[in-house]
Every structure is written in structure tokens, then in C-alpha cells.
Design a binder for this molecule. Structure first.
Ligand code: ZN
Length: 142
């Protein structure tokens, strides 16, 4: 990244080590790639944003966070990558919100209000790369 006055606000490399709570799941290196992880430790003042690629595989997904809630809102998204139909998730994801199962086959954004329990989030099937985005307007995940 070229040096500029505000270049310090731009990241172009994945964070090498990400420490997340034990209940928050564990991404598989074979099935996914954490593209970026931003929080206040990476750029002072930033809030939590995470983006992850999930790759097509027949392996069973066991990376889900346990059911949890936050004391602030969260936005979670999964996006299909078929340029002919970006609404097609290219995957089947079951996502529990307040104990209710939602079976997702379309690209989606989910707003999780503060205090609402969510997860597990299980990728049941994935046939195309899926892009994942999550953010919490707080300095660190948790
Ligand atoms: Zn959460």
C-alpha cells in the first residue's frame, strides 16, 4: 500500500493471527479462507468487520459458532458468487435465530438485534464459492 496521509486506514493483508472466543467456532483452513479481519487492534478506532470465503467441498462443516448473543447489534451476510444469478447462494445454510431454523439458499443479510440468540450456522451443502461478511459496531468481536 502506497504511503498516504490516510493509508493507515486501509488494510490489504489478512491478519495473521485472530483470537476469537472459544464459543465462536473455528474456521477450517481447507474449507474457508479468512480474507480480512478488522477491529480496533488492527486499526485503532475501527469496529469489528470480518470477511471470509467459503469454498465448495463435500466435507462436513463443523465451524459454526455456538448459540450466543451480543450486547450490541450484529449484521451477518452470505453472498453467492454466480455472476449469472447473484441471488443464488450456491449453498444451503441453516441459520438459527432465537432457536428458529432458517434454511437459506439465497444470498442474504441478517440483522441480529442486541440480545437475540443466534447460531448455530451450518453450511449443509456448498457447490460454489460463498462470500461471508459480518460486523458488530463495537471495537472488538465478542
Ligand atoms: Zn454473533
Amino acid at each position: 500500500m502506497a504511503k498516504s496521509e490516510h493509508g493507515k486506514y486501509i488494510i490489504t493483508k489478512p491478519r495473521k493471527e485472530v483470537e476469537i472466543p472459544a464459543w465462536a467456532g473455528n474456521l477450517s483452513a481447507e474449507r474457508s479462507t479468512r480474507m480480512f479481519y478488522l477491529d480496533s487492534d488492527v486499526i485503532p478506532g475501527a469496529f469489528y468487520v470480518e470477511v471470509v470465503w467459503f469454498w465448495p467441498t463435500d466435507q462436513k462443516d463443523d465451524s459454526s459458532p455456538e448459540p450466543h448473543s451480543h450486547d450490541v447489534d450484529e449484521v451477518i451476510g452470505f453472498f453467492g458468487t454466480d455472476p449469472k444469478d447473484l441471488n443464488d447462494l450456491g449453498a444451503e445454510i441453516e441459520f438459527y435465530i432465537d432457536g428458529e431454523r432458517n434454511l437459506m439458499r439465497e444470498s442474504f443479510l441478517a440483522f441480529i438485534p442486541a440480545g437475540v440468540k443466534h447460531c448455530p450456522l451450518n453450511i449443509l451443502k456448498i457447490t460454489k464459492p460463498v462470500f461471508h461478511f459480518a460486523t458488530i459496531p463495537r471495537k472488538n468481536y465478542g
